[in-house]
Design a protein around this ligand. Sequence first.
Ligand code: ADP
Ligand code: ZN
Length: 754
Amino acid sequence: MGRNNKYAEVYIDIKAFDIDHAFDYRIPPDLSSDIDTGRIVQVPFKNRIEVGYIVKVKDESELKDREIKDILKIVEKRPVFNPERLELINWISKYYIQPLGSVIKFFLPPGGKYKQAITSHRVQLKFKDFITLNRNRYNEIKDKINWKRNSSQKKIIDYLISGGEVLKEKLVKDTGSSYSSMASLADKNIISIVKKRQKRDFRYEYRPDKDLKKKKIILNSYQKNALCSIDNAIQKNIFHKFLIEGVTGSGKTDIYIAACRKVIEKKKRALILTPEIFLIPQLFSRFESELGSRVCVYHSNMSEAERYERWLGIWENEFDVIIGTRSSIFTPIGNLGMIILDEEHDPSYKEGTRVRYNAQDVAIKLGEILNIPVVMGSATPNIVTRYIAEKENDFTLLKIPVKAQSSSPLETQVVDLKKIDRLKEDTAITAKLFTAIREELEKNNKVIIFLNRRGYSNFVICNKCGSVPKCSACDLSYNYHSDRRKLVCHHCGREQNYTGRCPVCGADNIFLCGTGIQRVQSKLQMRFKNTPILRMDSDITVKKKSHQEILSKFISPGGSILIGTQMVAKGLDIEDVTLVGVINCDSMLGLPDYHMNERVYQLITQVSGRAGRKRKKGRVIIQTYNPESSVMKNVLGSDYESFYRQELASRKELCYPPFSNLVNIIISGKEENKVKKDIKELFAEISKDIRTGSSILGPAPAPFYKINLFYRWHIIIKSKNIEYSNKILTKILKRFKKFDENKIIIDVDPVWIL
Ligand code: ADP
Ligand code: ZN
């Protein structure tokens, strides 16, 4: 132990369960003033140079002086997390059973490539020259210069004298003066030329609410009541959770905006999370028109350079309100005063591939650490959220049972597909739906058709030998996509040309089964020849702006039809939509996942909520084979409360969340025998060690048993004490190192168990 030395605990960025802890390093004196928590450094580690993150600075180390090595250098100027965010990082790592290093990754500035031992950023910022007038110097010498002979220089000064700094190019263009006169002014120190980061501003063209500014919204009593409650927590600087259970169109967004105002008045910042990128433009335009230019967006569809600039802007406190998808929870917002989660029920808040965190739980944890309110809103709350909102003391449920603008309730009708005579009537677009569409189009209204299936047909089957072409990598039937004439696997994306001929018996007798969205589109186009019919699904909207383009076509005046998958169910607030048709969602109800009732209820209620949002009356037509199922009955009665009670009761009986937490452990690999062997051994260990309060299901083939050549088996832990069982599971995984050839996925609180 050296007397004057300082030490740092450094977490080395290597992915391995067994090195999941920090190491001590000495801070060399020349670095000591710049080292603190959250810095990224290079350190010697096992004869290599590795990147590490400082998680603690301390005066003493347990290690002997000669055992301890020096930090080599700092590779990022800014600390990327502070002690509070570090607490969050630790929590995420423990709760989701993930190495700390992969959690820290989320907090790094986009585009950094620290791993390659290079200090530079992959993303190049644009630096430009900015000119300012040095007023004192100018006043000092202005009488000593013959301005007549230097008229070009004088023009520059006249231009600068009225304002602040100006971009060099702009100055030259506006004054017509030359670079040389600028240089001679700089030589005399009358002006300064400073290189600065040029801030790009990218705004959205799609502004459906551009006239919102004109009509001032006065909050109704429900909204005021909610705001008052939230404001109370803002003023007191306390952690408190709110669930706004407000029917679709109840004006939740205006509550969010008003609450943000309160936060800004306190000189703090607000983060607004939304589940989907495509919901951002609409939200952004509403927030920006109310709160002004210090509102920014952050999401993964921005280029890396854009994201990096935004990240820096946030770090430099340029914005008061940040609107983004789940990854924005990791941005370095200083002095955060409130977090809002819109559409809190949405499963997209869960990251589904790498570290399987749920942004909702991360947001709540961050709120707790920072002592700030967390506001959640939905028309169809997540069963778990709703349950804890009633149960916990630091949670307030705020109900808004009425729409903000429309007074007439939705008229909901159901078409029982079992009673349709298939020979006389089309089951995709039944006579009732067809008539309703025609009526609304005649009135120049707009129609949304919802169908939860991409592609043209569900699967193809040979009418002669009965074989169904399947994806060889996933063992699941192909979907037919008519626009490209291809058979597409919806799990791995593999494609095959569609020939119309059976690959097994060679008969020209291939038959398309089930109705996909493309088939509905062509049917509607045949019947409504002159109506614009737009389609919105993930096949179309992979392009960056296509979502906005489709919507702006849809909202342009006159009758039009928008057909889509769940994308059309979320968030759209369009005046003239008076009819929503649901083709059928029955196939979802059959999936082996306890969430399905909830998902179907949410989807149909949300898509129905797109109709009749403003002055016009809305109607909904739902086609289903199961009108008598309890989900459908509750949808039809628009009765969340009754749906919630029933669903809660059945979950209680089976001990599903909220009465337990689930952990889904999936082992996958190309050789099924090895997968089975590993999962059986893991199962044995888990059942031996996790005893109290948990039941362990499996091992069983996962519902999607083979995806992209990988066989998948899983174990589900149903735990009544998740902290305890996760702790033990972490220990088991550390000593269980058999996954060399197989992949292991740990999914704590899965939103899908397929
Ligand atoms: P939600 O998010 O709850 O579905 P929105 O926030 O999109 O609902 O509000 C629905 C519509 O009602 C919006 O067009 C909004 O401008 C309008 N609105 C909200 N509050 C009021 C109010 N107090 N008075 C009049 N119109 C309102
Ligand atoms: Zn496949």
